[in-house]
Design a protein around this ligand. Structure first.
Ligand code: TXA
Ligand code: MG
Length: 350
């Protein structure tokens, strides 16, 4: 039985969240909004509940989950040690889209959550509904993004329903997730440097005022032979069903000419075509679905629209997608990371 608790204009939020929280406390699995994307929650201590999350998503068991807490005090029961730098980052960025990978306290969370690693990833989401649901459940909630594995992450309850309504207990509908890409996953190294394992909502610029920042070398396209420290980064994630290519170049008209030529050739082969473009460099092509990533000067818009756009291409059966790329600063690093994954690494530099 699937329930949708719509808490957007509700006068019974407390009762709705206590119902959803009860299901979680009893080992059920419930999706909920966060400030990044929707998550699929389960009691992180309950192996049976966590196992049903992996099954519902079709997620490989070697890909560990993030544990979500609603109170900083829950942290000490989950990790064995918090360094000074970690504490500083927590004080500054929680609640918010920063996930810290820390040494796990033995026998606290289910081994399925950590995929057998000695570390656990933890974050405190900056969303009133997420925080209230975690409190209502009384559990730390293991919560991956609430999509079928390999599909774009969900930024609305409708996306969750599209992928998972047949296999989960319910979704709390709190409207659109804000940021639109997932949290930044980091690990503090040698107590003094921050390594980014997955770029996301908190930018390198923001982190670098606290300590030197490095990127997991496996994140660079050129180094694809390396094994990423964040196991999830090795999968072709977030992928639309159609094939996708990103086109980069300093001259807008050259980029668009190339895209146009590729779209024509694809149409001649019988492909159903789509393009993903920035407002500064619009492109209108016949018989091609054009979607906007917003302005290049506000890459938050691209973060916010990206996954919904990929789902739209799928919904109308687009088989061939060309996308413009963006500069890698601020949240643009996360946007390019997700675009590149959606494209299976196919990037053309003109
Ligand atoms: O914004 C987010 O982080 C969303 C919302 C729902 O909170 N959650 C999310 O979860 O994106 P998921 O499962 O889709 O991605 C978790 C990422 C994966 O890349 C996983 O490999 C990494 O975090 N991760 C989890 N535990 C880890 C660990 N112990 N060491 C390294 N990476 C870890
Ligand atoms: Mg995910």
């Amino acid at each position: 039985l699937f329930t949708c608790w719509d808490v957007r204009h509700s006068e019974h939020i407390e009762q709705q969240l206590s119902e959803a929280g009860q299901i979680l406390a009893n080992g059920g699995i419930v999706a909920f909004p966060t400030e990044t994307v929707y998550g699929l929650g389960a009691d992180a201590r309950n192996t049976h509940a966590v196992a049903s999350v992996f099954t519902a998503k079709g997620r490989p068991s070697d890909n560990p989950l993030i544990v979500h807490i609603s109170d900083r005090d829950q942290l000490s029961s989950l990790v064995s040690e918090v360094s000074d730098l970690e504490q500083t980052l927590i004080n500054h960025f929680w609640p918010g889209p920063l996930t810290l990978v820390m040494p796990v306290r033995p026998d606290t969370v289910s081994p399925l959550v950590t995929a057998g690693l000695q570390t656990v990833a933890i974050r405190m989401p900056d969303h009133p509904v997420a925080l209230a649901l975690i409190s209502a459940s009384g559990c730390p909630l293991a919560a991956p993004s609430a999509n079928r594995s390999g599909r774009p992450s969900p930024t609305t309850a409708a996306h969750v329903i599209e992928d998972l309504s047949a296999v989960i207990n319910g979704v709390v509908d709190g409207g659109s997730a804000g940021i639109g890409v997932e949290s930044t996953v980091i690990q503090v190294q040698d107590d003094n440097t921050i390594m980014i394992l997955r770029p996301g909502g908190i930018t390198e610029e923001q982190l670098s005022s606290f300590a030197p920042v490095t990127r997991d070398p496996a994140l660079n396209d050129a180094a694809t032979a390396l094994i990423p420290r964040s196991p999830g980064m090795k999968y072709t994630h977030y992928a639309p069903q159609g094939s996708m290519t990103i086109v980069m170049g300093s001259q807008d008209n050259v980029v668009n000419q190339y895209i146009e030529q590729q779209i024509r050739q694809a149409q001649a082969r019988g492909e159903k075509t789509g393009v993903l473009v920035f407002d500064e460099n619009p492109l209108h092509l016949a018989d091609t679905l054009g979607l906007s990533l917003g302005s290049r000067d506000h890459l938050e818009e691209a973060a916010n629209r990206l996954y919904a756009a990929l789902r739209t291409f799928d919904r109308v059966g687009i088989t061939f997608i060309m996308s413009q790329g963006c500069e890698q600063h601020g949240v643009g690093v996360a946007v390019m990371n997700r675009l590149s994954k959606a494209a299976g690494g196919q990037i053309i530099h003109l």
